[in-house]
Design a binder for this molecule. Sequence first.
Ligand code: AP5
Length: 221
Amino acid sequence: MRRVVFLGPPGAGKGTQAARCAREQNLPHIATGDLLRQNVESGTPLGCKAKAFMDRGELVPDDLVIGMVDARLGHRDGVEGFLLDGYPRSVPQAEALDRTLRDRRVSLDGVLYFGVAPETLVERLGGRRTCRACKANYHVRFLPPKVPGVCDCGGDLVVREDDRPEAVRRRLDVYRDQTASLVAHYRARSVLHDVDAGGAPDAVAAQVARILDGQVRKARP
Ligand code: AP5
């Protein structure tokens, strides 16, 4: 599989697995959260509009995100395939992705749904630390750096603004209300694969690799 979406709630481990998979499968990792945070840091007009939504744990409006993803998918490195992480996240985004791929005469090969129990999500987000310099993700208990508080690259580890408890609660509600319906949407199209993402990172990575290598049949509608 070369054109793939990673779908799932905040904290399910999509970013951790997508970064690993992109290296192993030589595919561009296109994470809308990362693209938006880069825009915020650089102070672009898009970043200035997006920041307040992100800090509150709400979705950035569809028109802004759809334009950003379309532009990114137009890069040369996406012609042979891509790993979309955190997009689409609403029905209008899913429809826009279909249109974009149709215009390019390609289609989605698969959607991997990362299923995790809600209490695990809260535990993962509460312990996440992100490197200010290289943006690598750690977890204080499950994926700790070699030296506590310091990234393996030497950068400072910080707590993401939207990993604070109030924003986490909001993000989980927003996922339930605006994104979760995409699971049924893609299952009905027979492109969905379930990943049991509650296990250790290596166990999850093994499932993902088997699916991407075409060794697992699609989930039934
Ligand atoms: P985004 O950055 O996409 O956040 P998210 O979807 O909420 O996802 P996370 O990054 O929180 O979780 P993840 O599943 O990637 O988990 P991770 O691998 O980091 O979006 C941020 C914001 O941007 C949104 O709230 C919204 O405002 C905006 N936005 C983004 N996309 C948008 C869109 N399409 N439309 C509109 N707005 C958009 O892992 C989490 C933690 O768990 C880490 O500490 C990790 O080390 C640990 N961990 C990972 N795997 C395991 C494991 N197997 N076992 C134990 N620990 C693990």
